[in-house]
Design a protein around this ligand. Sequence first.
Ligand SMILES: Nc1ncnc2c1ncn2[C@@H]1O[C@H](COP(=O)(O)OP(=O)(O)O)[C@@H](O)[C@H]1O
Ligand SMILES: [Mg+2]
Length: 254
Amino acid sequence: MLELRNLHKSIGGTEILHGVDLTLQKGEVLAVIGPSGSGKTTLLRCLNFLERADSGNVTLLGQSLDMAAASRKDIASYRRHTAFVFQNFNLFANKTALQNVTEGLIVARGMTKSEAEHIGREALQRVGLADKADAYPVQLSGGQQQRVAIARAIASEPDVILLDEPTSALDPELISEVLAVIKQLADDGMTMIIVTHEIRFARHVATNVLFMDGGRALVHTSAKEFFENPTHERVQSFLQSLDEQSYENTKGSN
Ligand SMILES: Nc1ncnc2c1ncn2[C@@H]1O[C@H](COP(=O)(O)OP(=O)(O)O)[C@@H](O)[C@H]1O
Ligand SMILES: [Mg+2]
């Protein structure tokens, strides 16, 4: 349902992404893994036009866009099918949880307040926060804030959700509640691309893995193949470089 071809992106005269391809089927959970600085965030941001690619082509549900030339209108219609979850939640501090979820539905989708609130409450319920609808971000833990951001994403009924290290800003004890919500979405058949350092989670939830290294998609394969039979030498050294203990923990988790 999504196909990216030959994405190039430079920042400040340096090329960051050197022609990245990826494909994504409906219902697939693609984990994007790789060393820090390998271009994972830039890839995801370009995919949602939060950064403008220098060149590349993306086809989503049969609609093809030249990523360098796409108009604002093209981008708006593309984004009706996508949602983005940021590392740092990106909630409005002056809006309640419910208002954060309904804002886009009212402003961008033209829903009435009561329609939006109905959908918003359902979305908050799905992430286990029905009772926090009227809380402001400052009154919520980081894990709860990220779950509000996920509720906001699912409320727009996207065809694909892009998540950029959704747990990396969280205290360790809050990570699992967010991962559990994402796992539930995966089980419900949501199509997702997740940049993550949580290797154990990736192994458990992802159907496929894209391994980024130095601005290139070095390996794109099934999660099973990636973790059980890592043939590429860069992948082997990356997996070995992770905390030995945490990698041991991933064995037998699926
Ligand atoms: N705004 C920016 N200005 C300059 N360099 C950047 C900027 N954003 C990213 N980069 C560089 O691009 C490379 C890829 O960054 P990023 O996509 O954030 O990688 P990752 O998410 O894999 O850690 C890094 O070398 C980073 O320093
Ligand atoms: Mg990043």
